[in-house]
Design a protein around this ligand. Structure first.
Ligand code: GUN
Length: 304
């Protein structure tokens, strides 16, 4: 048997850059109408991973010419104070999108906070109105990581239409909205979707049926080669830090997929880092630009 070629690497940064180029044009067109998209990024506490994500979101805003409004609150911040800030941001015409970085400290009810965001500014797509519209197939802000996975597939030539997509993970942030988007009629949809999770029996028998396998379970290197069909496309949403004595820091980032062995079996695969991560941020920017475009279209005048 001829040696199989290792999988094509689907590059998040390359696909993300092509979308950012489109966004720059849209931002320039909005500037001509006197509109600058604005994103408020709220961080509560000092979770190291959240700090990295938030920094990256703010930096990308700067690079694209989106106004970024930073609100860093201490871990001891009360829910009431946070809700007060959200009310102010809802009323601020310069702010088109509001992002509250998750997770929040334990004493704050995350759902109550998400519910307080004006759905018109819900660029994360986490508000119940956005989730409901997504399920109904109405236009809405699509959650950034699932939307990023779908754009990665489409722009790499792997349209999910008609394919069996198996998602491992059922979180509100990734698994559930991703399943809804993939089963939708229209671009990026029309897939046959199976959602597996920690209580699924015979998981490997199901993942092996996937034409497209999406791992979003939060367990380092959980998907092994024996769980993957020959020639499958594998999208790895996981970001996990594991011990690695060969690194200066003593740790390294890995996904939810056992990359090297799976790469030998798959047709295409996303690496970690360099896969889904940059796409999540780019889709957030896209939603923010869209939010600004909608308010501009509604008022027909400057928003700032
Ligand atoms: N925490 C992990 N992913 C996300 C995300 O996409 N949005 C927010 N707000 N918090 C997150």
């Amino acid at each position: 048997m001829p040696a199989k070629r290792p999988a094509k690497i689907i590059s998040g940064p390359v696909v993300a850059e092509s979308i950012r180029a489109e966004l720059r044009d849209e931002i320039a067109a909005l500037a001509k109408k006197g509109i600058q998209p604005g994103l408020a990024v709220v961080l509560v506490g000092s979770d190291p991973a959240s700090e990295v994500y938030v920094r990256s979101k703010r930096k990308t805003c700067e690079e694209l010419g989106i106004a970024s409004f930073s609100h860093d609150l201490p871990a001891t911040c009360t829910e009431r104070k946070l809700l007060g800030l959200i009310a102010k941001l809802n009323a601020d015409a310069r702010v088109h999108g509001i992002l509250v970085q998750m997770p929040l400290p334990k004493h704050i009810d995350e759902q109550r906070v998400l519910n307080a965001i004006d759905p018109a500014k819900d660029v994360d797509g986490f508000h119940p109105v956005s989730v409901g519209k997504l399920l109904n197939g109405e236009p809405t802000f699509a959650s950034c990581t699932p939307a990023g996975c779908i754009e990665l597939l489409l722009r790499s030539g792997y349209d999910p239409a008609g394919k069996h997509v198996v998602i491992v993970g059922r979180s509100n942030i990734v698994g559930k909205p991703l399943a809804a988007m993939l089963m939708q009629k229209g671009r990026g949809g029309n897939a046959t979707v199976t959602v597996c999770h920690s209580r699924t029996k015979n998981l490997a028998a199901i993942t092996k049926q996937a034409d497209i396998l999406i791992a979003a379970i939060g367990v380092p290197q959980f998907i092994k080669a024996r769980m993957v069909k020959d020639g499958a496309v594998v999208i790895d949403v996981g970001v996990n830090r594991i011990a690695d004595a060969t690194k200066k820091s003593g740790t390294r980032l890995v996904g939810d997929v056992d990359f090297e062995p799976v790469r030998k079996k798959a047709k295409a695969i996303t690496p970690v880092p360099g896969g889904v991560g940059p796409m999540t941020i780019t889709m957030l920017m896209k939603n923010t630009v869209e939010a600004a475009r909608r308010t501009g279209a509604k008022s027909g005048k400057k928003t700032a």
